[in-house]
Design a protein around this ligand. Structure first.
Ligand SMILES: CC(=O)N[C@H]1[C@@H](OP(=O)(O)OP(=O)(O)OC[C@H]2O[C@@H](n3ccc(=O)[nH]c3=O)[C@H](O)[C@@H]2O)O[C@H](CO)[C@@H](O)[C@@H]1O[C@H](C)C(=O)N[C@@H](C)C(=O)N[C@H](CCC(=O)O)C(=O)O
Ligand SMILES: Nc1ncnc2c1ncn2[C@@H]1O[C@H](COP(=O)(O)OP(=O)(O)OP(=O)(O)O)[C@@H](O)[C@H]1O
Length: 510
């Protein structure tokens, strides 16, 4: 992979990004990076980030980088080409795509955004497409990035949507490994930070939106959060929208800004749909504590062409997962996967840390779920309450430090609405005191309705919650899914994940 400087200049000019180019020597660029520690001879180094220091550029130069791209000039740095740009993140995305030779053009890309359900829908879609494409579907999710069929081609993710250079690097790998399709999650931060600038998707999904990710390091307000998320639709050739989502009017408008109505599909749960233009409705047939059956029906001629009507079974429960699965089946249908194939494949999809359940002999049923804001907690607990109105609901939950502060009040609200007993505990406290976070949640809980204990040691909280439960009770371990760490003081501290802890507790009890 290479870039020529002239080509870079033309590309940046075409996008009105170039302020100034200082060319000292005209060499071919043979590497790109934003991390000085990874800089290589004849490489291009991007100066970006809140904590960027000139020393990093010096370090990159020492390691052989010949060109830097930056929003500001560094006159002290001699003997390097300098491309001074208006927005380094945008420049990085454009030059990254060019360096890796536009791998997106060789992949059918299905992208998901939404406050909740991105990972679940992405896993479902990939599950179906793996069968349809004979194992040639890559996945970029919050949990992992899968760029090929071998186990060593699967990596744990740091971010839901990676930095642009990592994104295009991984897409290139996927193409070189023979992948023909890519399913990916796109976070609002990806747009805020221009990680996906210039990228177009074949199919873009908007699942839902509720207030989240609003705070000092994320979005200043809800309008900004919604605006960022809507960009996915503006960049999708075909848009699929959940018509039950809040703010549907704005969502539909964003889709129609760049996409003709014949390439926009709407889906909705049957009980709620009011819009005559809905293309697909879905409805529950049966739900148990561990799985669910639901039906999808086409409502319009263009929807019928996908040939996905019928009854489906999921090996995980939750009516919200029927919504995610419907999205996935439509996405796979647009790629060509028909009903019978989708039905067989989706029944076997397992999603780490999403509605995993453990049945016990002498205690309650335990759920491990990644629910970590009000919307997901409400979706989860209201579903369990509806399915099992007589059951006592015991919840273990904490809230992270230094982000999503509104989640604390959200947890208190959801617990007050649906829980009988709560253990407030530690969940990625970062640089905050977990005791204070728990107290903030506790203060907003109605103690007439919910019995609350603060148990900071998460393993002990889980142990106590399962131990006090009786047969018929539902014990929910929320927020961490299968995370095997706690983020404490900037360090990922190993933690033997909620599923593992629960399995051990159950083993000791029975
Ligand atoms: C706010 C945000 O998006 N921050 C991300 C961003 O940080 P940054 O650009 O500000 O970089 P920085 O950490 O200040 O570091 C400065 C620069 O110096 C470089 N450096 C550093 C040390 C050195 O020796 N040499 C060197 O060159 C670093 O490589 C970096 O480029 O780029 C970093 C990678 O270069 C990311 O790790 C970091 O994500 C932070 C940790 C994060 O947690 N972001 C969250 C908010 C996020 O993006 N979440 C969304 C999901 C949420 C949603 O649904 O919206 C996601 O997509 O994951
Ligand atoms: N469609 C949905 N509506 C509401 N809640 C949902 C939905 N799908 C999943 N959830 C809840 O949200 C949790 C997270 O789901 P998932 O990981 O699929 O979403 P995500 O969009 O990837 O989340 P995040 O951005 O927080 O990583 C699940 O464990 C479940 O509790």
């Amino acid at each position: 992979m290479t870039l020529v400087l002239n080509g870079c200049i033309l590309l940046l000019q075409e996008h009105q990004l170039l302020k100034k180019a200082e060319i000292v020597f005209d060499n071919e660029i043979t590497a790109v990076t934003y991390d000085s520690l990874q800089a290589q001879k004849d490489g291009m180094f991007f100066c970006k980030g809140t904590h960027f220091k000139e020393d990093y550029l010096r370090d990159a130069q020492q390691r052989g980088a010949s060109t830097y791209v930056s929003e500001v000039e560094y006159p002290q740095i001699k003997g390097m080409n300098a491309l001074i740009v208006r927005d380094v993140q945008k420049a990085m995305a454009l030059l990254g795509a060019a360096f890796y030779d536009y791998p997106q053009n060789q992949l059918m890309i299905i992208a998901f955004t939404g406050t909740k359900g991105k990972t679940t829908s992405a896993y479902f879609t990939r599950g179906i497409l793996q069968d349809y494409t004979n194992k040639k579907t890559a996945l970029f999710s919050t949990i992992d990035r899968i760029v090929g069929p071998q186990s060593q081609q699967r990596f744990k993710s740091d971010l839901t949507t990676p930095e642009s250079l990592d994104l295009f690097h991984d897409m290139r790998q996927a193409v070189d490994n023979g992948m023909t399709h890519l399913v990916m999650e796109v976070s609002s931060q990806a747009y805020k930070r221009n990680r996906v600038y210039g990228l177009k998707y074949d199919v873009g999904f908007f699942l839902n939106i509720t207030p989240d990710h609003i705070g000092p390091n994320e979005h200043p307000d809800f309008a900004d959060y919604l605006h960022c998320k809507l960009q996915l639709l503006v960049n999708s050739r075909c848009c699929v929208l959940n018509a039950d989502s809040d703010h549907f009017t704005e969502i539909y408008q964003a889709a129609t800004a760049t996409t003709a109505p014949e390439n926009i599909y709407l889906f909705a749960r049957q009980t709620k749909h009011k819009n005559a233009n809905i293309d697909f409705i879905y409805y529950n047939e049966e739900a148990t504590l561990t799985d669910s059956q639901f039906t999808i029906l086409s409502q319009t001629p263009k929807a019928r062409l996908l040939n996905i009507d019928g009854c489906y079974q999921l090996s995980l429960t939750g009516d919200f997962n029927e919504c995610n699965a419907t999205a996935a089946i439509i996405g796979a249908g647009l790629a060509g996967a028909p009903y019978q194939l989708a039905k067989n494949a989706i029944a076997n999809v397992h999603i780490p840390g999403r509605m995993e359940s453990l049945k016990t002999q002498t205690h309650g049923t335990v759920y491990i779920d990644y629910a970590h804001n009000y919307a997901s907690m409400r979706a989860l607990l209201s579903f369990l309450k509806r399915q099992n109105p007589q059951s006592k609901i015991i919840v273990v939950v904490g809230s992270p430090g230094n982000k999503g502060v509104s989640r604390r009040a959200g947890f208190a609200k959801a617990l007050t609405q649906f829980a009988d007993q709560a253990y407030l505990t530690t969940d990625d406290p970062g640089f905050e005191d977990p005791q204070e976070i728990c107290q903030e949640i506790d203060q907003k809980i109605d103690h007439q309705r919910v019995a609350v204990q603060i148990v900071l040691d998460r393993q002990q909280a889980i142990q106590q919650a399962i131990t006090v439960s009786r047969p018929g009770d539902l014990v929910v371990l929320a927020g961490k899914g299968e995370d095997a760490y706690q983020k404490v003081q900037g360090i990922d501290t190993p933690y033997p994940n909620d599923l593992h802890v629960a399995q051990q507790v159950i083993q000791e009890l029975e």
